[in-house]
Each structure stands twice: as structure tokens, then as C-alpha cells.
Design a protein around this ligand. Structure first.
Ligand code: GLA
Length: 393
């Protein structure tokens, strides 16, 4: 479904559920991570983009202290008191909204209850961060409804806290920042130490293909959190052995890794190698983009995938197969897994004139090995989250 159809469907479903129109509707897109994998919680660098599909969150106040929240795709409703948004074991989808409500409740303004419904068009488990789209659209809509002044970074942090406390994933801020700061035709370049966010033009002659393997990633199953713990272990080691301060793997260079990794657990050393390499690749990638060296940029994407596969072990045979196939397809400049890993999608960078044929070739290569073709679509870096109703004056 396209965004305008999803918006219309959101309004219609809201009316069907609650018998009236919403007062506020917010939209937040998904995101694609283009370079810099698992670097965000290591205070490193990422290049990412907001994508052209996302989630609409529609809401209206009630006079009661209770809230009703409906998942528009499942047409399932949960109810909870506005002053006790507690995490749920059943209906886990509601936790993203409940966690954001809990974050906003520190503002006194949140008193009366609300009726809300959300609907999106990002495939779940695709690695395109449907969860951040839900958190951010919830946060924007509720902040507007309760007239809470909140800046984008604080909203991003509320979304991240919802993931930590309500979904059990100790994620960084990449997803929420990409979703909030995305711009049309631009990549978002974030420094996760300073939280300096810039945009870098990708160029209109370039397309991004997303190849969804439909193998669901297992972030919530603890692999993600284990990777994070390994990185923290490695950072603690380097802070002991290096003469300069190390508060995160961001502070360690490749040469230091080579010279000082003795004594570090072998697995943690490999995890660190991935992060250190990724940080260097992002900075190099920014230079490639500035110099319009897109072939060079694509090679960094391939190298990033190899590093995921060998050092971070967050790839899958399906993702590896697609990236291997991409190397031989004309017009494909680079390809890598995107997001947390353990399934989800491959992002491939292609020349625009070659995108359609490259997409078909990737789907065919996937079918040749796994039976069914993977789903391939072209995405355009797009504007970030916003209020869509009431319309801006
Ligand atoms: C997930 C997390 C992000 C980030 C990526 C990997 O999307 O939510 O914070 O760590 O994985 O780069």
C-alpha cells in the first residue's frame, strides 16, 4: 500500500473503531542503514536514510482516564489507564506505544485518556525499523495532542527507552534519529557521541534496492543484546591496555586493535573488529560521497557485509547469498545487510538506470537457491517524521 492509501485506510479504520475522526495524525517512516552497523551504541558513526513507507498514528482525547489502542492491521484493541502504561506480555506490539506514553508521562500534561489506532506499510521483521516508526509516530502524535513541547532528540530518547524497558532490546539511537532527521534524497550522517546529525546528498542517479528475505530477525531473542555486551567487554579491555581514554569502541583504531587485542576474549575481539572497521568505513564513505566516488562507496558496503558475516556473525545464509549475487550483477555498486541483522533485508546500491534489471536479477538469484524470489523494492531517501493532521497553516 502507498502512503496516501495507508493514510486514508488509517482514517477509515479509526472512524470504524471509535465512531469519530481523530484529532491528530502523525506519520513516521522506516529507515535503512546504509553504512555503519552496530556502531551507534558504540558511540560511532552511521549513514542511514528515512524511507518512503512508514506508520500513521491517529489519536483523539477522551474524557475518561482510560485509553484504547488498536493495531489497525490486526484490528486488535488493548485498554489501559493513562496513568499506568505498564508493559504487556500478550499483545507485545502495544509495548512500543506504552513505552512512549510512559516516557511522555513525565510531563504533567498527560491526564485524560485517548483513543488511538495505528497502521503502517513497512513489512515487519524486514530490518527497516517498523518499531521505531511506531514509537516516533506515537510520540509525535501524543506530544501534539497533549501540547507538550519536545525536541527531536528527546523524542528519539523516549523511543529508545521504550525499546530498552518495554521490548527488552538494548538498541542505540540509530533508528529513531534516522526516522526523525531523514530528508528527501539525503543520507543522514550521525555522530553518536556528539549526536551531531548532518545530511549528505546521495544523488538522483542512484537507487537503493531493498531485498527482503522474509526471514525474521531475532533481535528480541537476545542476540542483539549479546552483541552489545561483547562490545562493552572489548571496550573495557582496551580502556585498560591503551594509554588514552577509551569510553567506547569509537576510541579504538584498527592499528590499536591489531597490537593490543591479546588478553581479550577471542569472540569479543572479533566483535570489536567489526565496529572499528565500520567506523572507519563510514568516515571513508562520507569522503566517497563528497567526491562522487560511488563505486568506492559501494565497495565499502560490500566490505561492511563481509565484516558482519565474519566478525560480527549477524548475517544469515539468505543475506549472504544475496550479497554474493549482487557482486556479479551489472549496475550494482554495493550491497550489505541493513539493521540489526540475523535476517531481514539486504540494501543494494545501484545506478538508477540499472535498478529494475538489477532487482529482477537479485530476486531470480534468490529463487534459484531458496525456491521463492525475495521481495525487492526500490526506496527513495525521504523526509522524516511529521504531523500530517491537523495540516500546517
Ligand atoms: C537495530 C538497532 C539500532 C542499531 C542497528 C544496527 O536497528 O535498533 O540501534 O544498533 O540495529 O546498526
Amino acid at each position: 500500500m502507498h502512503n496516501h492509501d495507508t493514510y486514508d485506510a488509517t482514517l477509515a479504520a479509526f472512524r470504524r473503531c471509535y465512531g469519530r475522526a481523530p484529532e491528530v495524525v502523525a506519520y513516521a517512516p522506516g529507515r535503512v542503514e546504509v553504512l555503519g552497523n552496530h556502531t551507534d551504541y558504540n558511540e560511532g558513526y552511521v549513514l542511514s536514510a528515512a524511507i518512503d513507507s512508514g506508520t500513521f498514528f491517529a489519536v483523539a482525547r477522551t474524557d475518561a482516564p482510560d485509553c484504547r489502542l488498536t493495531a489497525g492491521d490486526l484490528m486488535r484493541e488493548v485498554r489501559f489507564p493513562v496513568d499506568r502504561p505498564e508493559p504487556r506480555r500478550d499483545d507485545g506490539w502495544a509495548n512500543y506505544c506504552l513505552g512512549v506514553l510512559a516516557g511522555l508521562r513525565r510531563h504533567d500534561a498527560v491526564r485524560s485518556g485517548f483513543d488511538a489506532l495505528f497502521l503502517g506499510n513497512i513489512p515487519l521483521g524486514s530490518g527497516l525499523s517498523s518499531s521505531a516508526a511506531l514509537e516516533v509516530s506515537t510520540g509525535l502524535a501524543l506530544a501534539r495532542l497533549y501540547e507538550i513541547e519536545i525536541d527531536a532528540l528527546s523524542l528519539a530518547r523516549i523511543g529508545q527507552r521504550a525499546e530498552h524497558l518495554y521490548a527488552g532490546v538494548k538498541c542505540g539511537l540509530l533508528d529513531q534519529i534516522s526516522v526523525l532527521f531523514g530528508r528527501q534524497d539525503m543520507l543522514v550522517h550521525t555522530d553518536f557521541r556528539t549526536l551531531d546529525v548532518r545530511t549528505v546528498p546521495l544523488g538522483r542517479e542512484i537507487a537503493l534496492l531493498i531485498c527482503n528475505t522474509h526471514v525474521k530477525h531475532a533481535l528480541v531473542d537476545g542476540e542483539y543484546n549479546r552483541r552489545r555486551a561483547d562490545c562493552e567487554l572489548a571496550a573495557a579491555h582496551f580502556s585498560r591496555v591503551l594509554p588514552h581514554p577509551v569510553t567506547a569502541l569509537r576510541d579504538v583504531t584498527w592499528t590499536e586493535w591489531e597490537q593490543q587485542r591479546q588478553g581479550l576474549d577471542e569472540r569479543a575481539a572479533r566483535r570489536a573488529a567489526h565496529i572499528i572497521g565500520e567506523n572507519e568505513r563510514v568516515l571513508e564513505g562520507v569522503h566517497c560521497l563528497a567526491a562522487r566516488d560511488l563505486a568506492g562507496f559501494g565497495q565499502l558496503m560490500f566490505a561492511s557485509h563481509d565484516s558482519s558475516r565474519n566478525y560480527f556473525e549477524n548475517s544469515t545464509p539468505e543475506l549472504d547469498h544475496l550479497v554474493d549475487a549482487a557482486r556479479g550483477i551489472p549496475g550494482v555498486l554495493g550491497a550489505r545487510l541493513t539493521g540489526g541483522g540475523f535476517g531481514g533485508s539486504v540494501a543494494a546500491l545501484t545506478r538508477l538506470d540499472a535498478a529494475a534489471a538489477a532487482g529482477q536479477a537479485l530476486a531470480a538469484a534468490y529463487a534459484a537457491r531458496f525456491g521463492d524470489p525475495c521481495e525487492v523494492r526500490t526506496i527513495c531517501p525521504s523526509d522524516g517524521a511529521r504531523i500530517v493532521m491537523p495540516a500546517r497553516q
